[in-house]
Each structure stands twice: as structure tokens, then as C-alpha cells.
Design a protein around this ligand. Structure first.
Ligand SMILES: C[S@@+](CC[C@H](N)C(=O)[O-])C[C@H]1O[C@@H](n2cnc3c(N)ncnc32)[C@H](O)[C@@H]1O
Length: 412
């Protein structure tokens, strides 16, 4: 028999009761696991699903290893109140930040990758489509404009000319400090459309949508695909993608996002050293760290960085690549120490770890001692299984070892 849910209104109960009430109500199994001499409950069940609450289309900016919006929402709703500060030290495309904004929390988003802010911040200021169309029409497009790097393996010359014109326009606006929310929105959508598999992207050649591969690999892919360059109308593509992103954004969402976005703080620090965040100020951190699979940010982000005038080498310097579990644990311990400093007394950290590489490495069991050594208590491990979304793709994920979300919950 399922436990009965408490009748006390959610906002009046202690945070941990709110969370565990919900978890126990929905759980399939619970096991006590022993980690470093401590017994910790590991709850397994379907606590949130992708169908449960349709996530807002505004999230649909692809980013490597991003999580589903339902995950941060679940923890933000149960472990924080309106006005509390919610933080993500590995913010990526900003899934936690956006959900926190929609739920009226204060936001701090940090990521060592300098692309993170330009991909996240503009979505706090969603434009009106008519204004967007007008601005797109105003951006001057030069004929035969050529990029200062070789893009012939990615774009038709006319598309390249349009992209270069867009880039020049953004650089000029920024140089004259005239850049506004509309410019930043267009730049974000264009960055998202630079590379992809379909006609909805600027590239004629197939490129992974979430992350460009290295220039050298791209040359090989293009040669192999033997594809004829094809012009893509960048303005039409930007407008169409904007329409999709904005569908479902209600007037209340706009109001909440604008309000929280104006106060939100976007940082580009190493998560181990975030001096800009005052001690004891964060109620809740919801995050998913880089995993053991090394990502070479210099090689992979060349196209997005070029378009945004960012130096990928700077990003690479700030992002240590951990090739072994020991290296990874050392970096994460540094992160936990910093999280302990910034977290409010009795505040929480929800740390998503998944199952890395193969099922033999259970990162949750490695993460618990790191958080505890930094000063936190580990209160639970939550494994979310999404049965209603069980598809062939899920099966494939199961085979490759990424079946479910595993989140370790710490309290200060
Ligand atoms: C798994 S992704 C997070 C994705 C995010 N949850 C989302 O939904 O978009 C991990 C992120 O950690 C960032 N990162 C890696 N090492 C870092 C460090 N030492 N400090 C700050 N950010 C780092 C990477 O740039 C990457 O964006």
C-alpha cells in the first residue's frame, strides 16, 4: 500500500519532508545502502516523467549532456520556496536556471564554458515575433562576404555570406554598446542553428546539432557524404526556430522570466572557485557535473566560439578533463567544498550523477563520501525511472549504460 500524502500544505512543511513524502508516495523500491559506514536510503521509482508536465519549448536549445527540465523542477519545487536562491555550478544551456526563473526563484548560473551564458540568458527575455521579424529585416546582409576561417565544408557561399553579415552586425552592435535583448536572442538562435542534420540548420553537411565536431573531422564527413552545397536562408531558419521556442510561453512565464532574469547572475568560473557568490546564500543547488567521458572543448566548439567571438582555448583552460575516476573525484571534492561554503545552513544540493561508462562505476557511491568529507550530510539517493517513456531509444540507452537519472541529495 502506498503511504498517504501529508495533508499539511506543501509550503508549510520542512523541505526534506516535502521531498520524501512525494518520493515515498511514488516509489517502487527502497534499499538501504552502506557507504563509508553510513546507511543511506536509495529510492527507486518514477518520480517525474517527461509526460507529467510538458516541459516548456523554450528549453529546446541543444547542449551536450543536458538534463530534462522535469528533473530540476522536481527538486526546486520540493526543496526551495519562491524568492530563495537556486544555483547550478555546471549550468550548460541553463536548464536549472530557466526552471528556477519560471518558478520565481533567484538564480545563479555558472559554467566555465563561455558559451553557456549567451545560450541561456537571452531566454529570460523572450521577444515578440513581430519585433523579431522587423529586426531580422533590418540586419544588413553583405554579398559575397567571406569568413576569416575556412567554412567551405559546412556552408554554401551564400549562407556563409549571411552568417558573416550576422556576425559583423553583432560585433558592431556590441562594440558600440548598442546590443539589446533582441540582438542577443537572434545570436543565440543563430548559434543553435549553425550546425545540424536537417534543413532547419544552416549547414548543408550533416553535423551533430548539439556540438560541432572538429574542423578536420568535418572536412572528412563532408567529403564522405559527397553532398552538394545547398543555400539555407538564415533569416527564415532563425524565425522558424524562434517560433518553436516561443510556443507555449505564457504571459505569466514571460513576466516571471523577465523579473528573475533581470536579477539573475551568470558566472563563467571554475566551479571550485566562485568568489562572486557570498557564503551561506544558496538554498538549493541542482546540477549535473561533467562525467568521465572527456570532452575537448577547443576542438569541438570551434564553430560556435568563432561565431560568438569567444576564445575556445580559454574555455578549455578552465575545464579540467578528468580521465580517471581519481582525477574526477579530486575535482568534484573541490566543487563540494565550494558548494558547502555557498550553501545556507540546512540548504540542499541535488547532484545528478547517472551511471558512467558502464554500470560497474556507480558514481553515486563515489560522490557520497566526497560531499560528506566537505561537511554535508547525505540524506538520500533518488533513482528516477521513466517507464512511460520506455522506447527503443531508451532500450538503446539501457544497453549503453544510461538508463535513469540518479541524484544524490545532500543537506548542510
Ligand atoms: C553535464 S554538463 C551540464 C549540462 C546542464 N545540466 C544542462 O542541462 O545544460 C556539464 C557542464 O559542466 C561544465 N564544466 C566542466 N568543468 C567545469 C568546471 N570545473 N567548472 C565549471 N563548469 C565546468 C561544462 O562546460 C558543461 O557545460
Amino acid at each position: 500500500m502506498s503511504p498517504v500524502k501529508s495533508k499539511i500544505p506543501k509550503g508549510d512543511r520542512p523541505f526534506l519532508d516535502r521531498l520524501l513524502d512525494e518520493v515515498r508516495y511514488r516509489l517502487t523500491t527502497v534499499e538501504e545502502i552502506d557507504i563509508a559506514g553510513k546507511s543511506i536510503p536509495r529510492y527507486v521509482g518514477e518520480f517525474w516523467t517527461s509526460q507529467q508536465r510538458q516541459a516548456l519549448s523554450l528549453h529546446e536549445i541543444s547542449y551536450r549532456a543536458c538534463f530534462k527540465p522535469q528533473l530540476p523542477r522536481f527538486f526546486i519545487e520540493h526543496l526551495s520556496n519562491e524568492g530563495d536562491t537556486v544555483y547550478d555550478p555546471f549550468s550548460g544551456r541553463g536548464t536549472t536556471a530557466l526552471e528556477a526563473g519560471l518558478l520565481n526563484r533567484n538564480i545563479i548560473a555558472n559554467d566555465a564554458n563561455p558559451l553557456s551564458t549567451p545560450l541561456c540568458k537571452p531566454r529570460f527575455f523572450p521577444p515578440v515575433l513581430a519585433d523579431l521579424m522587423e529586426r531580422l529585416d533590418q540586419i544588413p546582409i553583405r554579398e559575397n562576404a567571406e569568413a576569416d576561417i575556412d567554412l567551405s565544408m559546412v556552408y554554401h557561399p551564400r549562407t556563409e555570406s549571411e552568417i558573416v553579415s550576422l556576425k559583423e552586425y553583432f560585433d558592431e552592435r556590441r562594440g558600440r554598446s548598442e546590443e539589446d535583448h533582441l540582438d542577443r536572442w537572434i545570436q543565440m538562435v543563430a548559434t543553435n542553428r549553425l550546425a545540424g542534420h536537417s534543413k532547419g540548420f544552416f549547414s548543408f553537411s550533416p553535423l551533430p546539432p548539439h556540438q560541432a565536431v572538429s574542423a578536420a573531422s568535418q572536412r572528412k564527413i563532408t567529403l564522405k557524404a559527397q553532398q552538394e552545397p545547398e543555400h539555407r536562408d538564415t533569416r527564415v531558419i532563425i524565425f522558424k526556430k524562434s517560433k518553436t521556442l516561443l510556443s507555449g510561453v505564457s504571459p505569466v512565464d514571460r513576466q516571471n522570466l523577465q523579473q528573475t532574469g533581470t536579477q539573475a547572475r551568470f558566472l563563467t568560473c571554475d566551479a571550485r572557485e566562485t568568489k562572486a557568490i557570498s557564503s551561506g546564500t544558496v538554498q538549493l543547488t541542482v546540477t549535473s557535473p561533467p562525467f568521465l567521458d572527456a570532452v575537448d572543448y577547443v576542438e569541438e566548439n570551434w564553430l560556435r566560439c568563432w561565431f560568438n567571438n569567444l576564445d575556445p582555448a580559454e574555455a578549455a583552460k578552465a575545464i579540467p578533463i578528468s580521465r580517471s575516476l581519481d582525477e574526477w573525484s579530486a575535482v568534484m571534492f573541490g566543487v563540494f567544498r565550494e558548494l558547502y561554503r555557498v550553501t545556507k545552513p540546512r540548504g540542499f544540493v541535488a547532484f545528478e550523477v547517472g551511471e558512467a561508462r558502464n554500470k560497474e562505476i556507480k558514481l553515486d557511491e563515489h560522490v557520497v563520501p566526497l560531499g560528506v568529507k566537505a561537511g554535508f550530510s547525505c540524506v538520500a539517493i533518488i533513482k528516477n525511472q521513466n517507464f512511460s517513456n520506455f522506447t527503443a531509444t531508451k532500450q538503446k540507452h539501457e544497453d549503453s549504460g544510461f538508463t535513469q537519472d540518479v541524484i544524490v541529495i545532500f543537506r548542510k
